[in-house]
Design a protein around this ligand. Structure first.
Ligand code: ATP
Ligand code: MN
Length: 465
């Protein structure tokens, strides 16, 4: 009878001496002694490896030992025994070992030493076998699960907004075109202008940069919705915080104002950090020890402090009073720079804060104009060590005001006819926010480069794996 195999993480947590178990995984290290050998096996279910003892009495001992080099894949059946070594509670005494696939130790790119993240990016097909990237992927999974659980528990529907869209409303200028025009033919022609009416959709189409406008459509029918899907930006800047393909989370709520939006954002962040600490304690401990020693304190700070809430105008006043020079001079009307955000969250308040009511001139057309005519009902959540983590707003629900804003900004209103229709038929106050998923994982883990928190990063000149 074939024994069902267990995940190593489960064995390390709950395995008891004398239990018969089978495991499968990849060999991390092998150590040969006189009468027996050790190997450490990892199957991605935990940071810790399971130590396997291979006794000389094993059938084919010599042959197996030759095959189980770092990177080889194995199945081991045996009995759990208490570990005599430090750092582990239990180990596996092998009865049978099957080698699925060998590995050549001379050429296998992952050696026991520490590799740089830059190097690991060049072996994207293997890097998830390392401690750090494995831990990142587990925490990333926990974040995603927490996000879904949070919204599902509160009656939000997960809506799937399109990846291909025809509206470039934000005019971000960072769009990828989607086309099936014959580019070779176009290259041979002298034409200066591409005729998109001949293209697949009969118009210029793009990969989406955000699902917000479509989420608004759904919220004005289903009340509480969220998107969680890929978005794309042809960011030309090579930074440690920008990807060309990243995942975005965007809740949208009808019958909700800026206060309700702030409440949701605060509850949301606390929930996710708490969930991850509970579900990935070992990985989070690892990040705190090896990647950034403020990771646990930051999580604790977010979970246990009530977020401060101040207006943009107040934030500017506080920055003007600051006992220091900023690189970007402070005056009412500027967009807050990362140095300003970090000063407020990290040094002044020493906890997360939400800044609201930004100048109309620096925010998007759909944000609701305040009574003063100078500010909009926008909010940014700023966190120590992190800076901006969430951006959101109450949306402009008044048709005339929205039409005026669109005109002022020179946005082609005809393309937004359906968005304006939402204000013509049964408009309601509504609000939402956006969270860059990889930024969240970065902040959660302390990973310095966003390329290392997504399995297959897309950045300028790089889409190999
Ligand atoms: P930034 O100023 O950092 O470029 P943004 O103002 O362009 O951000 P938004 O348009 O508000 O960002 O997008 C919502 C969220 O998506 C941001 O808060 C951020 O977390 C995330 N985000 C934006 N651009 C990227 C990107 N290129 N790669 C990964 N995440 C991104
Ligand atoms: Mn940007």
């Amino acid at each position: 009878m074939e024994m069902e195999s267990l995940r190593i993480g489960e064995i390390l947590r709950t395995g008891q001496p004398d239990e018969s178990v089978k495991i499968q995984g990849w060999v991390r290290t092998k150590r040969e002694l006189k009468d027996f050998a050790f190997m450490e096996v990892n199957d991605g279910s935990s940071m810790g490896n399971l130590q396997v003892i291979l006794g000389k009495e094993l059938p084919n001992y010599v042959e197996i030992l030759k095959k189980i080099n770092t990177g080889a894949s194995v199945a081991v059946a045996g009995v759990l025994v208490p570990s005599r070594g430090v750092g582990q509670r239990i180990e596996l005494k092998a009865n049978t070992v099957t080698v699925y696939g060998e590995s050549n130790p001379e050429t296998y790119p992952l050696q026991k030493k520490r590799h740089s993240f830059e190097f690991l990016r060049t072996i994207g097909h293997l890097r998830s076998r390392t401690n750090t990237i494995g831990a990142v992927m587990r925490v990333r999974n926990a974040c995603a699960t927490a996000i879904h659980t949070f919204f599902q528990e509160r009656g939000f529907l997960w809506v799937h907004t399109p990846i291909i869209t025809a509206s470039d409303c934000e005019g971000a200028g960072e769009l990828f075109t989607v086309t099936n025009l014959d580019l070779n033919k176009i290259a041979q022609k002298e034409t200066k202008e591409i005729d998109y009416s001949q293209d697949f959709f009969g118009r210029h189409a793009y990969l989406t940069v955000s699902g917000q406008l479509e989420a608004e459509v759904m919220a004005l029918a289903l009340e509480k919705v969220y998107t969680f899907g890929p978005t794309f930006r042809a960011e030309n800047s090579n930074t440690s915080r920008h990807l060309a393909e990243f995942w975005m989370v965007e809740p949208e709520m009808a019958f909700c104002d800026l206060d309700g939006d702030q409440d949701l954002a605060e509850e949301f962040l606390k929930y996710i950090f708490k969930y991850v600490l509970e579900h990935c304690p070992e990985d989070m401990e690892f990040f705190n020890q090896r990647i950034d020693n403020s990771v646990l304190a930051t999580a604790d700070n977010i979970i246990n402090n009530q977020f401060e809430r101040i207006s943009y105008t107040k934030a500017i006043a506080l920055l003007e009073k600051a006992d220091r020079q900023f690189e970007f001079p402070v005056e009412w009307g500027i967009d807050l720079q990362s140095e300003h955000e970090r000063y407020l969250a990290e040094e002044l308040f020493k906890k997360p804060l939400i800044v609201t009511n930004y100048p109309v001139g620096i925010k998007a057309f759909y944000m609701r104009l305040n009574e003063d005519g100078k500010t909009v009902a926008a909010m940014d959540v700023l966190a120590p060590k992190i800076g901006e983590i969430i951006g959101g707003s109450q949306r402009e629900e008044r048709l005339e005001v929205l039409e005026r804003r669109i005109k002022e900004l020179g946005i082609p209103a005809e393309e937004l006819w359906w968005y304006l229709d939402l204000r013509r038929y049964g408009t309601v106050p509504h609000a939402g926010f956006g969270l860059g998923f990889e930024r969240l994982v970065q902040f959660m883990t302390g990973m310095g480069n966003i390329r290392d928190v997504i399995p297959f990063p897309r950045t300028p000149l790089s889409a190999e794996f």
